[in-house]
Design a protein around this ligand. Structure first.
Ligand SMILES: [Zn+2]
Ligand SMILES: [Zn+2]
Length: 344
């Protein structure tokens, strides 16, 4: 249901009209000349149960592309429109556009400023991930950026949410006219959020996770020099992935698999002991991989390393020392910039 109507060549936005102006319009004879931009049918002036002023079809139009909207949707649309407007953008509600290959789309709140075009969409009704992606694609093809404000369940079902080019946000407290709709993941009302978003108050922050190599401080059994001996691998994304040496044969497996990630040149560069296969007493038969002294190059038997590791994890803690082997990113989120935080 639209927030926009035409009256004798002039565009009216219901959310910009004062309650007095709205009442006057309801009483006025002019209302007969109100038409809707979606289908040019006659419009009527209404107020929803949540107090939102809106226009409705005088009679049901067969070929109108506007779908019925809930009163919550209508109210959010009015709130988002007013916020976008106050952030200095030109706003058109229920804007009809076409993608390059002629697909028609209709944006809840279409905002322009110079060359920038943004569609703000409110999505409270269920929507399949496929349908949502198709709607997003139409915006991409039309060179319009889109941002989505979604009810929690819709957000959760919308697939991956943390995509830079496809911003999706959860909203709450929009069912009741006594409370202002809020963002679920930001300490802001929907209006404050839209204002910050359209003023460039958000930056995309990638979540960086790291592969860690844990080590302990030990001494060479032969020359007694200090050694940094690798004892485990971890991932900052989840400590469940942490792996530490635990038996004599497992030490060999651990060092052998470590070689697949990092070579001796790199280990030396990181200040750690190097690794090699050595068939010596103190290594399990057929499990020859162990660390070597950085100074005298004597292999350190795994039985010796494991004993040292047990004392170390009890006294110092097995995850006390680490180096970073690599970092990667798998998701991210929009964060308020320090500047816009300071303004609040
Ligand atoms: Zn219509
Ligand atoms: Zn040594």
């Amino acid at each position: 249901m639209p927030l926009r109507a035409e009256l004798q060549g002039e565009t009216l936005f219901s959310y910009k009209m004062s309650p007095k102006e709205w009442d006057d319009m309801k009483q006025s004879d002019l209302k007969k000349f109100l038409t809707l931009p979606c289908c040019n049918e006659r419009a009527v002036v209404k107020t929803s149960a949540l107090g939102t002023q809106f226009f409705a079809h005088y009679r049901k139009s067969e070929d109108c592309i506007l779908k019925p909207e809930s009163k919550e949707h209508l109210r959010l649309k009015a709130i988002v429109s007013a916020a976008a407007e106050s952030a200095g953008w030109t706003v058109t509600t229920e804007y009809i556009g076409y993608s390059e290959n002629g697909d028609k789309w209709i944006a809840d709140v279409y905002c322009t400023k110079g060359k920038a075009k943004i569609a703000l969409e409110i999505q409270l009704s269920p929507q399949t991930e496929k349908e949502l992606n198709a709607r997003h694609k139409r915006y991409v093809e039309s060179e319009v950026r889109d941002a989505w404000f979604m009810k929690d369940s819709v957000y959760v079902n919308s697939g991956h949410s943390s995509i830079h080019s496809f911003p999706r946000f959860q909203i709450k407290h929009f069912m009741d006219s006594r409370s202002m709709p809020q963002m679920s993941d930001y300490p802001l009302s929907v209006a404050q959020f839209v204002d910050a978003l359209l003023r460039g108050g958000f930056v995309w922050k990638e979540d960086k996770d790291e592969i860690l190599l844990y080590y302990m401080k030990s001494k060479c059994w032969r020359c007694k020099i200090d050694l940094n001996v690798p004892i485990g691998l971890g991932d900052t994304a989840c400590s469940n992935f942490d792996k530490f040496i635990c038996t004599v044969p497992n030490c060999s497996n651990f060092y052998e698999s470590l070689m697949a990630r990092v070579d001796n040149y790199e280990l030396k560069h990181l200040g750690l002991t190097t690794i090699g296969p050595h068939h010596i007493t103190g290594n399990a038969p057929n499990f020859p991989y162990c660390v070597k002294c950085t100074s005298c190059h004597a292999p350190q038997a795994n039985a010796y390393t494991l004993q040292d590791y047990r004392d170390w994890s009890e006294k110092v803690g097995r995850d006390s020392y680490h180096v970073v082997l690599s970092s990667y990113s798998h998701s991210g989120r929009y964060e308020l910039t320090a500047l816009s935080k300071g303004k609040r």
